[in-house]
Design a protein around this ligand. Structure first.
Ligand SMILES: NC(=O)c1ccc[n+]([C@@H]2O[C@H](COP(=O)([O-])OP(=O)(O)OC[C@H]3O[C@@H](n4cnc5c(N)ncnc54)[C@H](OP(=O)(O)O)[C@@H]3O)[C@@H](O)[C@H]2O)c1
Length: 278
């Protein structure tokens, strides 16, 4: 039997494919634009869109485990197709936002909660991966760093525990290749708390360039972010930063407990993605 990885072009999904192949698993993968994917030969790639559940049937043949992104509007319809195909375990890339008080009313928390509930109601075995903020969010700073050696931020003292996407993928691989994480909902974070200012200076240290942080107003930041992400995300990102000033976000030990290895640092993420910044 095979594992189907939905979103093999994604940072996490791509690392899940690689991790499963290293373990000798038979892997299938989907993308909405499979022609853009280049995966190792034995991995069969299918075109599929999460919002067209019927289109998943060919990819689901001979599949008993599924890695799934939560970016879907009608999870129940997809899960019906998944269950009917004989899948027995779904590993869902959710978010730690579901654990916040008021998550059900919050834009970000509620969309993940909706998908988690649909998976629970489907009767399939599941694992919910609940990562906090990704280290890869720093990729948004790459243009300013390359152009001016500067990052403009409204709340440089916002504190985060950014997680490397490969750590999320490692936990997904453990979940997909055994039974120890069935029914588990691990909250995953990076191993250290860092302010945004400290993240910028870490990038500078790794690329060997002195970087500056330019303080900007919320309105200026919103206008910049709006060039890259939808409005609803602009509000969410700025609210998250505002609320994270002086905060002590959770630093989870779940990654080490599950994999037996220390979580990758933000510095390691920058080193792995150094070409973004120079
Ligand atoms: N950034 C954060 O701090 C953070 C924190 C917690 C959770 N998350 C969640 O983590 C996910 C992002 O992970 P990532 O960095 O690996 O993402 P990414 O690199 O942007 O990749 C997203 C993947 O999702 C697939 N996808 C999206 N919509 C799809 C659809 N309608 N049908 C089929 N596939 C679809 C894409 O596949 P194709 O384009 O190839 O079809 C792509 O492979 C999001 O769900 C996000 O909400 C993010």
């Amino acid at each position: 039997m095979s594992v189907l990885v939905v979103g093999a072009s994604g940072a996490v999904g791509g690392a899940v494919v690689a991790g499963l192949r290293e373990r000798g698993e038979d892997v299938r993968a989907t993308s909405r634009t499979p022609e853009k994917l280049s995966l190792p030969d034995p991995v069969r790639v299918f075109a599929a869109d999460l919002n067209d559940p019927a289109g998943f049937s060919p990819a689901l043949q001979c599949v008993d485990r599924l890695f799934l992104y939560a970016d879907l509007a009608e999870p129940e319809a997809l899960l019906d197709v998944v269950a009917a195909a004989g899948v027995r375990h779904v590993v869902l890339l959710s978010s730690s936002s579901v654990t916040s008080p008021g998550a059900a009313e919050d834009f970000n928390g509620s969309r993940f909660l909706r998908v988690e509930r649909a998976v629970e109601d489907s009767g399939l075995a599941y694992t919910f991966l609940r990562p906090g903020g990704f280290a890869s969010n720093a990729a948004r700073w790459s243009w300013g760093i390359r152009a001016d050696g500067a990052v403009a931020l409204p709340y440089p003292e916002a504190v985060q525990a950014p997680i490397h996407e490969r750590d999320i993928a490692d936990v997904a691989v453990v979940a997909l290749t055994g039974t120890s994480l069935i029914g588990q909902k691990p909250v995953l974070t990076g191993p250290e708390r860092l302010t945004l200012r400290e993240q910028v200076s870490t990038i500078g240290e790794v690329i060997g360039r002195r970087l500056s942080v330019i303080e900007q107003s919320e309105a200026e930041s919103a206008a910049m972010l709006a060039q890259h992400v939808p409005d609803v995300w602009v509000r969410q990102i700025i609210t998250d930063w505002r609320e994270a000033v002086g905060a002590t976000p959770l630093v989870s030990d779940e990654y080490a407990l599950i994999t037996g290895r220390p979580a990758r640092t933000f510095r390691a993420w920058v080193a792995d993605n150094i070409d973004l910044f120079r």
